[in-house]
Design a protein around this ligand. Structure first.
Ligand SMILES: *Cc1c(COP(=O)(O)O)cnc(C)c1O
Length: 401
């Protein structure tokens, strides 16, 4: 059996999306900036896509900027807010310890320039409260940037509440909604979101295309300089096929959110119940405040990389930590942020189910993970120390998730 259960890393482009994109490679291939008709047709499709994306997010078309993906959108949102802030002498930025690296590394670059970056602690259930944000906001706060759903543990943040706090205090609010937009209903106006990032390849669109929503009146700073595309704020000939793919994929995934969640909830319950039976294991992140596709576990006495490689041999594609951290030996910053000790943070597993997942696949994942964990523990010196009592266990033998 082959099970792809790493949909938080990327997704397959849906056939419907591929079909919608094809004419923009070979028929309507004009440059939207060209004045002849094949260019103007491209321009029309570009603007129609902008309207459709805006509608899905509850924004207006002038507030939608197409980018090369989630990372670029995060970079541009944060850099723009920093430039707006510094003109007013505001150089304090609030974020959290468990953001995506596209956010954290952009903040680190600003810190080197003299910005003060305050990363809020994340509660052990993987959630930051609006009260924490309210308490951290100061006179000189330029931006609050907090992700909507975490990419590793899937926990959903109280974004509308945080948005309300930021609005009341007059502070710009950005959210990285890359992992959330396909699982949670988002309306940027109702939820008081000033800026938001999404990426097509996380919801069955193509890679290399995303959206930055920026509320009207927010003056963006260019990250890519050149031509006057995207109202002068993002240079480069538009990736029209990609933009069409993003649009179709976004409409499709959002139209089916409730139906998908209902289906995935059952599979999520089944998977959590099954993996909880593995001794000395624990679910990461809140049992309920999480996207329905995500299940993330820590297993004592296991090395995450070996776990995922052996699962790959069994045809199960999952991840350990995030794709960006695998390859390095550092444990996931997300798991450390929720208070997991280093030795268990190393032994983590993220399963992110697709909409088409089945009970049989979930059962196969449970069976495969149980076998591999037992096998690896069999020759782990670390596990030996736990069994002999040389080291104390971190988790109880059995926890009820
Ligand atoms: C994948 C991801 C990104 C990066 O998006 P790209 O389009 O791959 O650049 C940013 N934030 C989160 C939360 C993600 O999951």
């Amino acid at each position: 059996m082959f099970v792809y259960a790493d949909n938080a890393a990327t997704t397959a482009v849906s056939p419907k999306v591929v079909e919608a994109m094809l004419p923009y490679f070979t028929e309507v291939y004009g440059n939207p900036s060209s004045l002849y008709s094949v260019g103007q047709k491209a321009k029309e499709v570009l603007e129609e896509s902008r309207e459709r994306v805006a509608k899905v997010l509850g924004a207006s078309p002038r507030e939608i900027y197409f980018t090369s993906g989630g990372s670029e959108a995060d970079n541009q949102a944060i850099i723009s807010a920093a430039r707006i802030g510094e003109k007013k002498g505001k150089k304090h930025i609030i974020s959290t310890k468990f953001e995506h690296h596209a956010v954290l590394h952009t903040l680190q670059a600003l810190e080197k320039e003299g910005f003060e970056i305050e990363l809020l602690d994340v509660h052990s259930n993987g959630v930051v409260s609006a009260q924490q944000v309210a308490d951290a906001i100061r006179e000189d706060t330029a931006l609050v940037t907090i992700m909507y759903a975490n990419n590793e543990i899937g926990t959903i943040q109280p974004i509308a509440e945080i948005g309300a706090v930021c609005k009341e205090r007059g502070v710009l609010f950005h959210t990285d909604a890359v992992q959330a937009v396909s699982h949670v209903h988002i309306d940027v106006k109702e939820q008081n979101i000033d800026m938001l990032s999404i990426s097509a390849h996380k919801f069955h669109g193509p890679k290399g295309v995303g959206v930055l929503y920026a509320r009207g009146g927010i003056v963006l700073t260019n990250v890519i300089n050149g031509g006057a595309q995207e109202r002068g704020k993002r240079a480069g000939t538009e990736n029209l096929a990609g933009i069409v793919g993003l649009t179709v994929a976004l409409e499709d995934v959002v139209a089916h959110i409730d139906e998908t969640n209902e289906k995935l909830e059952k599979l999520q319950d089944r998977l959590i119940e099954g993996l909880s039976k593995i001794p000395y294991s624990e679910l990461n992140g809140d049992r309920n405040l999480r996207v329905k596709s995500n299940v993330n576990f820590c297993f004592e006495g296991i090395e995450g990389e070996s776990l995922l490689l052996l699962l790959d041999d069994k045809g199960v594609a999952v991840s350990s930590g995030s794709a960006c951290t695998s390859g390095s030996l550092d444990p996931s910053h997300v798991l450390l942020a929720i208070g997991r000790p280093h030795e268990v943070a190393h032994g983590s597993l993220r399963v992110s189910l697709g909409e088409d997942a089945t009970e049989e696949q979930v059962d196969y994942i449970i069976k495969s993970v149980s076998e591999v964990v037992e096998y690896l523990r069999g020759f782990s010196p670390f596990w030996g120390d736990l069994v002999s009592g040389k080291r104390p266990h971190v988790f109880a033998e059995h926890t009820v998730a």
